[in-house]
Design a protein around this ligand. Structure first.
Ligand code: OAD
Ligand code: ZN
Length: 236
């Protein structure tokens, strides 16, 4: 595909882009962890009931993410950003850091970041790659309240939706990669984009739930399709 010198690209990624790095997708893996549905450990209710269980889950995900490398699709997006500069915006639902490790800078983690934590009271995210798998769980050095993962759980509002919608509004092309199109608000970006005439493209091995709303569906894995998808975008 060709991008002109005035095109602005908004990219939305989901778990599928990290699948070929070796990280399981949510729905593909049956959504189970140690017999628990992901919904049972990724909610404020789960945190209230059993914070150690929640921390064991995210500690395991930290281990998994640390053990894998970014793939050719992450690298292709980092390269696109270099070529397009501020005409590129990457919004990811993923909490892993593979986009950053591939070199992406203009990136927003709408569902939070695996390698950040925050005090439930002070609410200030900080870098944290520790594993918390047994008591005592970490507490805030300022106020003594519990430290939780900086993750947006089911029932919580994704981070900084205002800037996401502002970027979506300015985009001329929306490219969505590797997400099942079943979790809102991200699954609704394609509907918003269409209202303003933005071109909408999906890349993934199977059709997402919201497939009918895309102009183009490219069936294939992220690493098969993305590296050669855009031909020499103009740098101006
Ligand atoms: P899902 O597990 O729902 O969907 C993964 C998608 O990736 C599916 O549509 C697959 O077809 C696709 N896929 C699989 N392998 C792929 C590959 N090699 N290349 C490209 N695509 C591939 O994951 P998400 O849509 O990301 O939220 O899930 C959305 C949100 O639900 C997550 O951010 C998480 C989850 O619960 C929170 O944690 C708040
Ligand atoms: Zn605090």
């Amino acid at each position: 595909m060709k991008l002109s010198s005035t095109d602005r690209l908004f990219v939305l990624t989901g778990a599928g882009i990290s699948a070929e790095s070796g990280l399981a997708t949510f729905r593909g893996s049956g959504g189970l962890w140690n017999g628990h549905r992901v919904e049972e450990v990724a909610t404020p209710e789960a945190w209230d009931a059993d914070p150690l269980l929640v921390w064991r889950f995210y500690s395991m995900r930290r281990r998994d993410a640390l053990a894998v490398q970014p793939n050719a699709a992450h690298h292709a997006l980092a390269q696109l950003e270099q070529q397009l500069g501020d005409r590129f915006y990457l919004c990811t639902q993923n909490v892993d850091d593979l986009h950053e490790r591939a070199g992406s800078h203009r990136i927003h983690h709408m569902h939070g970041s695996l390698f950040q934590s925050r005090c439930v009271r002070c609410n200030q995210p900080f870098a944290d790659s520790a594993f918390y798998e047994s008591a005592p769980l970490p507490t805030c050095t300022t106020c003594g309240s519990p430290i939780r993962p900086h993750i947006v759980w089911f029932g919580e509002i994704p981070l900084d939706m205002e800037s996401i919608y502002a970027q979506l509004d300015r985009a001329t092309t929306l490219l969505v990669v590797g997400t099942s199109g079943s979790v809102y608000p991200a699954a609704g970006f394609v509907h918003i984009a269409r209202q303003t005439g933005t071109r909408t493209i999906y890349i993934g091995p199977e059709e997402p739930s919201n497939a009918a709303s895309f102009d183009d569906i490219i069936l294939g894995t992220a690493t098969q399709v993305l590296p050669d998808f855009f031909d020499h975008p103009s740098s101006k």
